[in-house]
Design a binder for this molecule. Sequence first.
Ligand SMILES: Cc1cc2nc3c(=O)[nH]c(=O)nc-3n(C[C@H](O)[C@H](O)[C@H](O)COP(=O)(O)O)c2cc1C
Length: 212
Amino acid sequence: MVALPPGTRETNITRLIAPRPIALISTVSTDGAVNAAPFSFFTPVRYSPPTLCFSIGTKKHSSQHGYQPGLTEESPDLPKDTWRNLCDTNDFVMNFVSADLLEAVIVTNKRWPYGVDEIAKSGLGVEASTKIKAPRIREAKLALECVVAKTVDLGGQIVVFGDVVQVHADPQILDEDGKVNCLKADPLMHCFEDLFVKMGDSIRRTLDRYNF
Ligand SMILES: Cc1cc2nc3c(=O)[nH]c(=O)nc-3n(C[C@H](O)[C@H](O)[C@H](O)COP(=O)(O)O)c2cc1C
């Protein structure tokens, strides 16, 4: 092993902890403008009742990491539209789309002005959620309706915790016992910068005891 110098591109944690599935998070403003953006900093944090969290940076922060080129050091460090909507309406949908929708995901990552319907721009559609205000993405294989439970400002990034209040799944990704099988969802995953991966080989190994 070699000790990598701190604070370099090589030690960027997005490169170290990868690949990560991509969630398209949809939100809505108080005046009804819908929005979607890709996020890969997310994880489940409570099994039951189900809670997950994801982390939002600022627009300039994403630009510095190559996600949204174009902002300069002088640009104001504005909150992302997702965060503005969460502050307004307090809920969101975590949508999972299959790898063939990569191009649509890229469109939602562009720097659209606040209020622009990025979902329509990407060619995707929306369906009304059943328990929350934010709509879900019609083409998603899996959609988790979430209500914001708590936010933690880490400085530079805000972690949003969401209680999952309703799950929608495409029947095609369900096993015969009705459980979601991620292999069937063909999830899109991100390695770093312009490198994405699809699900590869899987390994089945019976656990002596699944004790979570
Ligand atoms: C693959 C991928 C993963 C991303 N993950 C995150 C993330 O976890 N957190 C974040 O703040 N931005 C992330 N971004 C950048 C946001 O999606 C981007 O800033 C987006 O335009 C924000 O949109 P909004 O202003 O409509 O909320 C990611 C972008 C890509 C392409």
